[in-house]
Design a protein around this ligand. Structure first.
Ligand code: ZN
Ligand code: ZN
Length: 197
């Protein structure tokens, strides 16, 4: 089987070479294939990552963003804090799909030298290139079926927040605030930090 290809810029964006950014890239690519859509040039896809904080698998989310363009900056990805290597992908008129990294595949990566070094506290960028390339190749050579459990969620409902440009000045600090975030205190429209004093 031919190896999956990840563009070099995705590694540059992520900052280091590790196995989880590629896992996320493949997850996002598979989600687009299952939903029959392409990269979100505007604000189409919405991703609900089941990741939490404080585990290295979080790198996966940069891969999802790189593959789908459902980015943090566009407000198209959020975290559910379940601590699972999984994500739900929703696309207008297409419903959703949940993709979970199979336990068996995670188990097959676990004994790798890469994780032995990570557990000793060595950062990914300080791990020798050949070790990193070897574990990335395991991800890129696996089939979608080896990697992921896919659950179609045709009835998954989501209503994106409507984009708005309206802003006003906080009556205390004078800084512009998007209207949704203005609070009213003592009859004044003020920003959240000013409302907390
Ligand atoms: Zn990483
Ligand atoms: Zn203010």
């Amino acid at each position: 089987m031919e190896k999956f290809k990840i563009p070099e810029w995705a590694f540059e964006f992520h900052g280091h070479k590790c196995p989880f950014m590629p896992i996320g890239y493949r997850m996002g690519t598979l989600a687009m294939k299952k939903l029959g859509v392409s990269k979100s040039l505007n604000h189409e896809m919405h991703v609900f990552s089941e990741m939490g904080i404080g585990h290295p698998q979080g790198c996966m989310q940069d891969g999802i963003m790189a593959a789908t363009a459902a980015t943090f900056g566009k407000g198209l990805i959020e975290k559910l804090y379940y601590g699972k290597v999984a994500a739900i992908f929703w696309y207008p008129e297409k419903g959703g799909v949940r993709i979970f990294l199979k336990n068996e595949f995670a188990d097959s990566l676990a004994p790798h030298e890469f994780f032995k070094l990570r557990k000793k506290g060595i950062d990914p960028s300080d791990i020798p290139d050949d070790v990193r390339q070897d574990i990335i190749d395991m991800v890129l050579s696996a089939s979608d079926e080896d990697l992921f459990e896919v659950t179609p969620l045709p009835d998954f409902q989501y209503t994106p927040v409507k984009g708005a440009f309206n802003k006003a000045k906080c009556e205390v600090c004078g800084e512009y605030v998007f209207e949704r975030y203005l609070r009213v205190k003592d009859g004044k429209k003020i920003c959240i930090p000013c409302s907390e004093y």
